[in-house]
Write a protein that binds this ligand. Structure first.
Ligand SMILES: Nc1ncnc2c1ncn2[C@@H]1O[C@H](COP(=O)(O)OP(=O)(O)OP(=O)(O)O)[C@@H](O)[C@H]1O
Ligand SMILES: [Mg+2]
Length: 353
């Protein structure tokens, strides 16, 4: 029996819960499904709320009487339990998102909003597996990533929503139905504001700016071949932003599941986010958590990824996890390669460190 299958059979209960489509919707109860349905009229109006950052959300909420609907509790910024992967149903399509994977925003049966990447996205099927696995690893390291979920998108919703298409170079195809990857929208739209970019002079307003050093360690470990991306969000009436790390699709080199180590990849484009970095202590507690993450937890996280998202290629998954385990001791060297690169990202690095 291969390492993965033996590891997976050790966690039968977990793998059955997370891998069998019949048991996936274990968290969808009739009650929460009905609650989701009851909120449909509110969500129906939300599409307008999303249509422009400039629009005054408060005014829209007043105008449309949305305040009478239950506001969701403040989001947890990270998955609190690495096994806590819900399956939710997509209830309503909100809008298409920017980006190469052509993700879409949905309101789902748990009342939350999710950015959904489809299995037939133009990047690669394994982007879904990467998103899920790296979010779980980031969570184990204590890094701020959105909650992740498996989102079940019904064929009838796709059939009735002309926008749910993948635009390819010569033609378009309908999004596939079934189980997709969902990243919970970092803040409920009427509770706050989300920005993809913050100008350098506003980065001082990011309360968890130091965690950029931690995500750098994770990106180096998982060989993220894309630039590091964050969603910067704030509650209404608050000035400070929080960074939540999104888009882990190109960790493990996207669909390749290889680990090319480029000093200048997997890093944030702006040096300012590393301004506080002056020695190895600046990477704590995240770096040590990555270096000492238990083998069992890493296997468990890998076993939580729906096999459909990597065509049940156990052998490749096993190789991926084995490589991750070997690379736990390499992370400092990979950070050093970035530190000593022409970009000179850490000018305050002390010689004694
Ligand atoms: N959890 C989230 N909360 C808020 N916004 C999000 C979230 N996830 C994604 N987004 C938004 O959706 C966009 C697309 O997501 P993402 O970057 O993951 O997709 P992508 O298609 O892989 O992008 P790229 O072209 O950069 O590879 C992001 O730029 C961001 O604006
Ligand atoms: Mg992106």
């Amino acid at each position: 029996m291969s390492r993965v299958t033996s590891k997976l059979s050790r966690q039968d209960e977990v793998t059955i819960q997370t891998m069998s489509p019949k048991s996936w919707p274990r968290k969808i109860t009739r009650r929460n499904f009905l609650e989701g349905t009851i909120q449909t009229s509110a969500a129906f109006l939300v599409g307008d709320l999303f249509s422009g950052v400039e629009q005054s959300l408060n005014a829209a909420i007043e105008k449309k009487g949305l305040s009478q609907f239950t506001r969701t509790k403040p989001l947890r910024s990270v998955v609190e339990d690495d096994r806590d992967i819900s399956t939710v149903k997509a209830v309503q399509h909100i809008r298409r998102m920017r980006g190469g994977a052509q993700a879409h925003l949905f309101r789902c049966s748990d009342g939350h909003f999710y950015v959904v990447k489809f299995r037939n996205n133009p990047q690669h099927l394994k982007v879904l597996a990467n998103e899920m696995l790296v979010a779980l690893l980031a969570n184990l390291a204590g890094l701020p990533v959105p909650r992740v979920a498996i989102v079940d998108v019904a064929g009838c919703l796709i059939g009735n929503t002309p926008e749910l298409k993948m635009e390819l170079s010569t033609h378009s195809v309908a999004c596939v139905s079934g189980l997709q990857f969902g990243s919970q929208y970092v803040v409920t739209p009427w509770d706050g504001q989300v920005l993809d970019y913050l100008p350098s002079d506003m980065l001082a307003r990011v309360r968890n700016i130091k965690s950029f050093a931690g995500i750098l360690a994770l990106d180096k470990w998982t060989s993220n071949t894309d630039g590091r991306q964050a969603a910067f969000w704030r509650w209404m009436r608050e000035k400070k932003y929080t960074a939540t790390f999104i888009d882990q699709g190109y960790c493990f080199n996207g669909g390749e599941w290889t680990f090319p180590d480029y000093a200048l990849r997997g890093v944030f484009p702006d040096n300012e986010v590393y301004d506080h970095v002056c020695n190895w202590e600046s990477f704590e507690p995240w770096l040590s958590r990555i270096e000492h993450m238990s083998e069992d937890k890493i296997w468990l996280a890998a076993g939580s990824v729906p096999p459909d998202w990597y065509l049940s290629d156990w052998h490749s998954l096993e190789k991926l996890v084995e490589t991750l385990l070997q690379r736990q001791t390499l992370v400092r060297d990979l950070i050093t390669a970035f530190r000593t690169s022409i970009r000179q990202p850490f000018p305050k690095w002390t010689l004694t460190s």
